[in-house]
Design a protein around this ligand. Sequence first.
Ligand code: ZN
Length: 234
Amino acid sequence: MNRLISLIYPPKCPYCSAALKYDMTECLVCRAKFPETPRIEPLVTGEICVAPFTYSSVIRKAIAQYKYRGKKFNTNSFAAALASSIRNVYSKDMSFEFITCVPMSRDRRKKRGYNQAELVARMTAELLEKPFAEVLYRDDGAAEQHLKSFEKRITDEDDSFHIIDASLVKGKQILLIDDVMTTGTTLSRCSRVLKDNGAERVFCGAIAIVKGYSFGNSNRYIDIAAKAKNGKEP
Ligand SMILES: [Zn+2]
């Protein structure tokens, strides 16, 4: 049936819109341009985040189409690339017991109809043959991170993420997935909630990481993060 549908409406490459054969997730030209090694970036909370892509204009467009125009087909390519990056980086250490995602508040989810991070996380879980579990939720009315300034995102007190049931995460190793990592603040906050509720270890993954992000090299970032940690205004 899927094959028939794809003959009538051939899926398009998420990155260049070329028509695809029914079993392809992106065209061969675009696939050949995929980075050979995944991005690996540290978070303030001590985890690392793995992503197959840097947030370039092509990736930005593919994610935007998927986020705002309902092109859920793009998820197939993102999840396949992410699953392969995760296998690559954590090859000897795929000890996480389940995969979860950064939650979206109920009001936003209702408005959009789906949580893009959840779609990618669920598909990545399938590809990695691990279960997916929803263990976090986000308060309604929580301000959208991407609307805040760089400094504000890092220093803002934000306790809008919560655990659904602590017994689900206690003693567990968990892979946490978001769509795009910008400052790492969202992943850090979710990771902190998981660990505060007894998670043993948190691994992080995203489709893409912004270009300039480097917690390890950016003095600006370290400075702001350190001041935030000490409870001082930057
Ligand atoms: Zn293409």
